[in-house]
Design a protein around this ligand. Structure first.
Ligand code: 5GP
Length: 116
């Protein structure tokens, strides 16, 4: 399997605007922002989709949300609120098959995502 774009960002093979990094994860600005603040928080471990999360991944997946909230607080948007999203597969709108949490903030966000 070829490396995903996000694996290449982890390995510094392609550039990204990285805002946070620790042993387990990386956070960087989305290249095509859908809100005034749009970050992606990704595990360094390669997990393709939510469907591929194993029991042993529970801590790292939880850590992604801990980091999302930490960044939201640091960016001053925690009290107004924000959205965390993980898209899964085709109907979920997933484009990059390396697990990632979208952190969207900075303005009131639309909901729901589906209009029958
Ligand atoms: P998905 O649709 O898989 O949930 O989200 C993938 C996200 O990755 C999209 O919001 C897209 O704009 C972003 N993205 C795709 N390629 C790149 C890239 O090379 N760099 C950055 N920073 N974001 C990317």
């Amino acid at each position: 399997m070829a490396d995903t774009i996000f694996k290449k960002i982890i390995d510094r093979e392609i550039p990204a605007d990285i805002v946070y990094e620790d042993q387990q994860c990386l956070a960087f600005k989305d290249i095509n922002p859908q809100a005034p603040i749009h970050l992606l928080i990704i595990p360094k471990k390669e997990i393709a989709t939510v469907n591929d999360i194993e029991a042993a991944d529970a801590a790292v997946v939880g850590h992604l949300f801990y980091v999302a909230a930490k960044l939201a607080k640091e960016l001053g948007v925690a009290d107004d609120g924000y959205r965390t999203v993980i898209n899964c597969n085709k109907h979920g709108g997933q484009e990059v098959y390396h697990l990632h949490v979208h952190l969207l903030a900075g303005k009131p966000l639309g909901w729901p995502p589906y209009a029958p």
